[in-house]
Ligand binder design. Structure first.
Ligand SMILES: Nc1ncnc2c1ncn2[C@@H]1O[C@H](COP(=O)(O)OP(=O)(O)OP(=O)(O)O)[C@@H](O)[C@H]1O
Ligand SMILES: O=P(O)(O)OC[C@H]1O[C@H](OP(=O)(O)OP(=O)(O)O)[C@H](O)[C@@H]1O
Ligand SMILES: [Mg+2]
Length: 285
């Protein structure tokens, strides 16, 4: 039987969250030490642990069927691959930064200057679009050190918390793009791989929906049920169960967490009490 070959990063920023996502989709990964190709016992899948920067090429060649990579890498490598789903982790941006005591924060400051980066294609596209003529110095890591050692006047690199910039006396001046981990697929998937991908995607969506939804239970006097139900941003109509105490009911439903915070005060004013919010592991609509 054919298998779905998925590439994930061997080690680095994406490795742990990618494995966690697959595990939460019920995929049992049998990790042998230093094994770079791992079979899955309970899903027709093979996991290949690769360098992040090599993955888009493997996808384009069809050597792997799907992969988890950072969106920014796809922009940089411009390979023929297709994003299937945004995964919501490893959020970061690719930005320009300059030494913190330079007053001119406009991108014009970088005209005729030298910029160090690991993302030369992304940077060149941005510079061309903005008519900035700068020399690009390509280095593969520790980019933030470049201005301090006289290698460049500015940098273009990944920023997340901003700590690395801060610790190296730099400040972010321009965001070039935003990125997060994405599930990508090769353009040449066979029919059975397409079906397996659909199965996996179904599970990923159930996990993601579970993360943003919450199970809510609240106690309401019977004469206030209508008022509370009108405010509650539920996905479907709530379940209403009588409490042992006469005249009271318990309302159960599923809500989006963000929406709940917006109506909590109104719910209490309308008569809801003892509100419980419970996490949901997976959700299938
Ligand atoms: N500080 C960060 N915060 C959030 N996401 C990040 C951060 N740094 C990198 N990423 C994301 O994680 C991806 C992998 O980054 P990481 O530094 O682990 O690998 P790499 O050096 O690009 O690749 P390789 O596996 O080829 O060595 C990046 O492409 C980016 O999308
Ligand atoms: O804004 P921050 O939260 O400080 O994150 C940004 C840093 O994270 C990444 O480096 P990483 O730690 O992955 O090291 P690397 O250069 O070896 O890839 C990136 O290249 C920045 O240096
Ligand atoms: Mg890195």
């Amino acid at each position: 039987m054919s298998k779905l070959k998925i590439a994930i990063q061997k080690s680095g920023r994406l490795n742990e969250s990618s494995l966690k996502l697959l595990k939460s989709c019920g995929i049992a990964i049998d990790n042998g030490k230093d094994q770079l190709k791992v079979a899955v016992a309970n899903f027709p899948m093979e996991i290949l642990y690769l360098r992040n920067s090599d993955i888009p090429q493997y996808l384009e060649d069809g050597t792997v069927d799907i992969a988890i990579v950072g969106e920014n890498l796809l922009v940089e490598q411009q390979k023929q691959v297709e994003i299937v789903e945004k995964l919501g982790f490893s959020k970061c941006r690719v930005s320009l930064a300059i030494p913190k005591d330079i007053e001119d924060e406009s991108t014009n400051y970088l005209n005729n200057k030298k910029i160090a980066t690991s993302y030369p294609v992304t940077l060149k596209t941005f510079l061309d679009k903005n008519n900035i003529n700068a020399e690009i110095h390509n280095i593969s890591g520790s980019v933030e050190i470049a201005p301090n050692i006289g290698l460049a006047d500015g940098i273009c690199d990944i920023v997340s918390s901003g700590n690395t910039l801060f610790r190296n006396g730099l400040k972010e001046t321009q965001k070039i793009l935003e990125s997060e981990a994405v599930l990508v697929k090769s353009q040449n998937l066979g029919e059975s791989q397409k079906q397996l991908l659909e199965k996996l995607l179904f599970r990923i969506k159930a996990v993601q929906k579970g993360k943003t939804s919450k199970y809510i239970l609240l106690n309401v006097p019977n004469d206030k049920i209508k008022a509370v139900t009108n405010i509650l941003p539920v996905l479907k109509s709530p379940t209403i169960l009588p409490l042992a105490e006469e005249g009271w009911s318990s309302l159960h439903s599923v809500i989006e967490e963000q929406e709940f915070w917006e109506v909590i005060d109104a719910l209490k004013s309308a008569g809801a009490e003892d509100i419980l919010i419970v996490p949901i592991d997976k959700m299938v609509s």
